[in-house]
Design a binder for this molecule. Structure first.
Ligand code: ADP
Ligand code: MG
Length: 348
C-alpha cells in the first residue's frame, strides 16, 4: 500500500478518470476545482472547491498532497508556479505556459522542424490586409479556447473585417488544412527518458468537438512512424513528465501536420481504459508519482463515441450493455448542448 496522495487541479471528466485510475493503484487523490458541482468529487478521496487564485485554499490543498498535476491546461501560470515552490507540479508549469498560448505552441513546434499549418499572429485590424495568403483560414483566440470555442472560420478579408473583433485579446490566423483525416498520439514520458506510447488514434470531429475515435487508425506506415517520432521529439524537448497528447492533421496529399499539443490526458485516449493493460490515466499517475513503468500491451481494437448533450439520455436508460461495451456517465449535474456528458467504448 503506497502512502502517496496526488493533488489534481480540475474536476471534470478527466479529473474523474484520473481519480478512478489512482484508486486502482492505491494512490489517494485530492481534487481542487473552481466549480462546486464538479463531477470528479464523486470519485476522489477529498474535494476542495475554490478559485484558482485563492492563495489560502490552494495552500490548504497543497498541504494535503505529495505531488500536484492538472486535468486542463488553462490554469493561471502564476498559480502553478507558486504551488511548484511547495510541491512538485508535473508536468512542469513552464510547459503549460508554452502550450496554453497557441502562438508560443506553434513557434515551439516549428523550431523542432515539425510541420504545422501556416499561421500568423493578428494583433490589429491594420494587419488584416496582409493575411490574404492564409485564407481560407480559421481565426482563433491565442488563449483559453477548447472544443472549438473562440474560433471563427474566415473565407475572405471582408469577412474578417466585418467581424469587428477586439484584437487586444490576441488572435492567431491559421490556414485551413484540407483534411483527409485527423489522428492523435498519446504518449507518457517517465522521468528517466523512457516512454510508453500508444498507437495512433483516428479521430472524427463534429462542429469542432471530438465525436468519434478508433484504433487502429487507417493510415499508412510513413504517417504511423512520423506521428510517433514527432510526439517523442516534442515530449523529449519539453522534458515532459506524465501523459501528453499530440493532435495531428493529415491533408489530402498525405502530409502530416501537428495541430496542437495537450499537456494532459486527452479525450481521444478514453479508449485506452479498456483497450490496453494500462490506460493513459494510470500511465500519467505512474509517471507523475514516480511509480514503476509497466510495458504497454494492447488488449483489443476499439472505438469510442462521445455522448454530447442530450445523447446521454438514451444510454442512461440501458440496464445492461453488451460484454464488449463500456459506458461512462460523467455524472454532470446538468445536460447542456455541446457539453460532453459521457462516452461509450466498444472493443472490436
Ligand atoms: P481546440 O483547442 O478547440 O481543440 P483545435 O485547434 O484543435 O481547437 O480545433 C478543433 C478542430 O477544428 C480540429 O480538430 C479540426 O477538426 C478543426 N480545425 C482547427 N483548425 C483547423 C485548420 N487550421 N485546418 C483544418 N481544420 C481545423
Ligand atoms: Mg484540439
Amino acid at each position: 500500500m503506497s502512502d502517496i496522495t496526488l493533488g489534481i487541479i480540475g474536476g471534470g471528466q478527466l479529473g474523474s478518470m484520473l481519480a478512478i485510475s489512482a484508486k486502482k493503484i492505491n494512490i489517494k487523490t485530492v481534487i481542487y476545482c473552481d466549480d462546486s458541482d464538479a463531477p470528479a468529487q464523486n470519485f476522489c478521496d477529498k474535494f476542495i472547491s475554490g478559485e484558482y487564485g485563492d492563495k489560502e485554499k490552494i495552500i490548504e490543498f497543497v498541504n494535503l498532497v505529495n505531488f500536484v498535476t492538472f486535468e486542463f491546461e488553462n490554469i493561471p501560470f502564476e498559480t502553478l508556479n507558486e504551488i511548484n515552490k511547495l510541491k512538485p507540479v508535473l508536468p512542469k508549469p513552464s510547459i503549460n505556459r508554452i502550450i496554453q498560448h497557441r502562438l508560443a505552441e506553434k513557434d515551439f513546434v516549428n523550431n523542432l522542424n515539425i510541420r504545422t499549418t501556416r499561421y500568423a499572429s493578428v494583433e490589429s485590424e491594420s494587419e488584416i490586409d496582409s493575411l490574404e495568403d492564409l485564407l481560407p483560414g480559421i481565426l482563433k483566440t491565442t488563449t483559453l479556447g477548447y472544443d472549438g470555442k473562440g474560433q471563427y472560420p474566415i473565407n475572405s478579408i471582408e469577412e474578417l473585417s466585418s467581424l469587428n473583433i477586439d484584437f487586444s485579446k490576441g488572435y492567431i490566423l491559421e490556414k485551413l488544412v484540407k483534411l483527409k483525416k485527423e489522428i492523435s498520439i498519446i504518449i507518457t514520458r517517465f522521468n528517466n527518458h523512457k516512454y510508453e506510447i500508444y498507437e495512433p488514434i483516428e479521430n472524427k470531429h463534429e462542429n469542432q468537438i471530438l465525436k468519434f475515435s478508433k484504433i487502429p487508425a487507417d493510415i499508412d506506415k510513413k504517417i504511423y512512424d512520423q506521428s510517433k517520432d514527432w510526439a517523442m521529439s516534442i515530449a523529449e524537448e519539453l522534458k515532459y513528465v506524465g501523459t501528453l497528447c499530440v493532435e495531428f492533421f493529415i491533408d489530402r496529399n498525405d502530409n502530416l501536420y501537428v495541430n496542437e499539443i495537450a499537456p494532459r490526458v486527452h479525450n481521444s485516449g478514453h479508449l485506452t481504459i479498456n483497450a490496453f493493460n494500462v490506460s493513459q490515466f494510470e500511465n500519467h499517475i505512474r509517471a507523475v508519482c514516480g511509480l514503476e513503468q509497466i510495458p504497454l500491451k494492447k488488449i483489443s481494437n476499439a472505438t469510442m463515441v462521445n455522448l454530447i448533450g442530450d445523447q446521454i439520455s438514451e444510454y442512461r436508460k440501458v440496464s445492461k450493455f453488451k460484454d464488449n461495451e463500456f459506458f461512462f456517465d460523467y455524472l454532470k449535474k446538468e445536460i447542456k448542448e455541446k457539453r460532453k456528458m459521457g462516452h461509450i467504448t466498444t472493443l472490436i
